[in-house]
Design a protein around this ligand. Sequence first.
Ligand code: UT7
Length: 333
Amino acid sequence: MSSVIAAITATGGYVPDYKLTNQELETMVDTNDEWIRTRTGISERRILKGEGLGSSDMAVPAIQEILRKKNMDASEIDCIICATVTPDMVFPATANIIADKVGAVNAWGFDLQAACSGFLYALTTGAAFIESGRYKKVIVVGAEKMSAIIDYTDRATCIIFGDGAGAVLLEPSNDGLGVLDSILRSDGSGRNYLNMKAGGSLKPATIETVTAKEHFVYQDGQPVFKFAVKGMADVSAELMEKNNLKSEDIAWLVPHQANMRIITATADRMGLSMEKVMVNIQRYGNTTAATIPLCLWEWEKQLNKGDNLVLAAFGGGFTWGATWLKWAYDSKS
Ligand code: UT7
């Protein structure tokens, strides 16, 4: 392996202003604040309101924040990888649209879809581009307008998901700080438990699919929960063992924010106290591919150069994985 690795050198984030609270959901479906908080840990989630706005409209301000922080021109971006299950359109890729909107005139890019593990898959892919020596500035962004594919009469899903975008810049690093290892997994037999049934080539949109609400997220929560607890904890423990990382070596666990109980089970398995775990599920719910970069964005000022971070996710597919990185900069100001 080459000595060049990929380091995150800046973060950006964006969440819409509108807060959909548990109290408002109580007026929409048969649910209650206590049930939602105890079963999921969520109190509110953000919703992108307004006509003509898609996931790209949240990715753009997240990336613009990075450009401001780095005093960088958009024309310097080599590549944009957008992890999303809510692309602006089926095609062209949202990464293309983002590049146009931010003025990344020299960038190529593509969308990557691995549901809630999308950011980890995209980060690992972007890191490989940097390690190859071919690209110097790669943007990895997770952007989701989950509210576009949620049935707000289905209490099993509408309480969980929210909108938002988080982005990181990857650049080459020669000092050993950056993305060090990833274990990524998938099992397509999980497709029956968490999916959106129609709108793809298997079941194109018809009046019937719309009437049957098959363009919304379907989730059979309990089996997904069981797989998620095991998958996220197992892969995180495996990553630690493979790299001889002890719990005291880890500064932060950055978990996908699907359910507070899945997060605590993963932290327990890794031997980490909750002070070392980034949790913002109470404010944003599950923003699918955006959860992990939104955590990095919010915690950026608390991170120190050299900190060991483990990023872990589980999602539809099934897809899951964990990434070990050493944080590459101090950003206290
Ligand atoms: O991010 C991608 C991966 N996704 C996940 O990791 C999500 C994994 N799954 C979960 O987080 C949980 O399964 C849920 C939060 C979705 C549901 O929690 P649960 O503890 O598994 O609840 P359940 O589906 O077993 O339902 C328990 C009870 C049921 O009532 P009965 O049959 O016991 O009378 C449900 O009908 O709670 C009922 N229920 C609700 N009650 C109030 C289900 N949804 C609601 C609700 N409000 N919103």
